[in-house]
Design a protein around this ligand. Sequence first.
Ligand SMILES: Cc1cc2nc3c(=O)[nH]c(=O)nc-3n(C[C@H](O)[C@H](O)[C@H](O)COP(=O)(O)O)c2cc1C
Length: 168
Amino acid sequence: MIEQERYKRVMAQYPTGIAVISVADGHGGITGLTASSFTSVSLNPPLVLFCTAYDTDSFPHLQREPHFAINVLAEDQTDLAWQFAGSERDKGLAAPHLIRASGTPVLTGALAVIECEKHFVYPGGDHAIVVGRVVGLDLDQGRRPLLYWRGNLSGFQTPGTGSDGNTA
Ligand SMILES: Cc1cc2nc3c(=O)[nH]c(=O)nc-3n(C[C@H](O)[C@H](O)[C@H](O)COP(=O)(O)O)c2cc1C
């Protein structure tokens, strides 16, 4: 029997980036959730996935809408990460965003934006595994990523400034 707290603690050792999955709210605006579960799946065709708990408020929107976007957050976007990790109904209102031709809302100022057409939704225990086919890509090469490790969000530490005192 795997104890849930220990499971979470062990999984938290694996560092990831952080994305906001954005989706149309059905009223011309943006909603979505912060997710660390994003990964690429296939090169040809280009497929990506993320997992969402079935009980998020975003899930019905993701079920209804044919498109969504993965917004890879930059190191100065911690506030957006916490904002979209909350459950306020209007949490997207204050987030700077624009609406793409497909109707997909995307955040402005992200490190990368991966626009997707919903491809398939698979069951994955208490989460849904949402697979998207990539239909658009944006990259701001000048930005650095926001990282998630052991429950904390932070930017990269420059080599040589690690807490273990090692220089690269
Ligand atoms: C760093 C971080 C990573 C997260 N990753 C995920 C994830 O991959 N999948 C998920 O379902 N929830 C994840 N969450 C939790 C959701 O962001 C949270 O449940 C949010 O309130 C869902 O919003 P909604 O109910 O408005 O859709 C994460 C939260 C944080 C802070």
